[in-house]
Design a protein around this ligand. Sequence first.
Ligand SMILES: [Zn+2]
Length: 368
Amino acid sequence: MKPSFSRFLIYLNDSDLRSEEIESLHDLIFLNKSRNTITARDLTTASHTIFIERSFKILNDMADKGVIERDEILCPSCGQKLEFNDIIDSQCYECEAILELPEMVSFSIDGVLTEQEVKILSRNAFERNKAEAIADYWERNGQITYLLTDLVNSQKIQAQGDDEYSNFLKTLRMIWKYKILSQMDETFLILGEIGDAYKIAFTNVEDAFKAIKLFAIEIEENAELNDFPSIKKKINFFPKFTAVLDNLPRPTDSKGQIFSPKDVISVTLNGVYDFSTARLTDLFRLESASAIYYNNYELYDVSLWVFFNALEELKELHEKKIEDKNLAPISAKKKGAIVSKGKAALFFLKGMKLEIASNPQELLSDSP
Ligand SMILES: [Zn+2]
């Protein structure tokens, strides 16, 4: 059977799995190349921190939730077909032979990779394929969508310098990777991957908007993300996030010369993709210039600026009738001179709630 990704997500929500366990499970089940069945031993081998009994319990839980399928169990002594739930004390109920269940029970998974994906095999190649798809789309359609999110007050939190912060970053990464981005409809690519800031390119503006909405729900519902008591003790609001979303035109340098997207996207030795364009530099400047007063985070977990080009393409927002008063002119200055400017609407999110600020300009913390 094909393992079910949506059931995997439901299973993760109810489970107490650690980040490493989720990562190993995901790779074993969803990035599987050729294997049709796995055993608890395979999961233990994939992640040396999971003991075989734990692996066996996890796989059985997943089978019970319909993510994967438990294969038929045959007693090696008498050949009797056994029902897993009828086996007591690891004993065959026909011949009373002791059964090494964790070693002998297998689960059907039938990897989800397509023929073409099987050819590329490694995770780096998988990312490379996505980077190429993003570049092709950018070339053909003349734009892509860019989402940048950042933890509010992150410098102050980092300065506290305890292990809790690195655990927080790890949790954040798991949530983005496995709970949010796995639900996107079209291609996306995580860029940079450093610290608390997430930079993600999308071929679909609706996906980018959906991602931030899913993130707001995760912040509210995910106990793991909120379980950082010593950070919370030192920072009076945490975790709160800012985000900006815009469409980027085809890459140019500061003089306006147009490049092919394939020439600007680069990869580090760690296999992480990133790129820089003049318009993106503008967007980063505008992000710094669009900081809002902290008291706005008392009622919301995420603030999101959607810049004009992206705003126009979001179907859901057409019904909300965004008017001129919902748009703030944002400008970034360097030595007193305006170097970049744009118009954006400000949204506030908390759980399922999404609101548009009616007077965004007044909320800017360094508004003129
Ligand atoms: Zn038997």
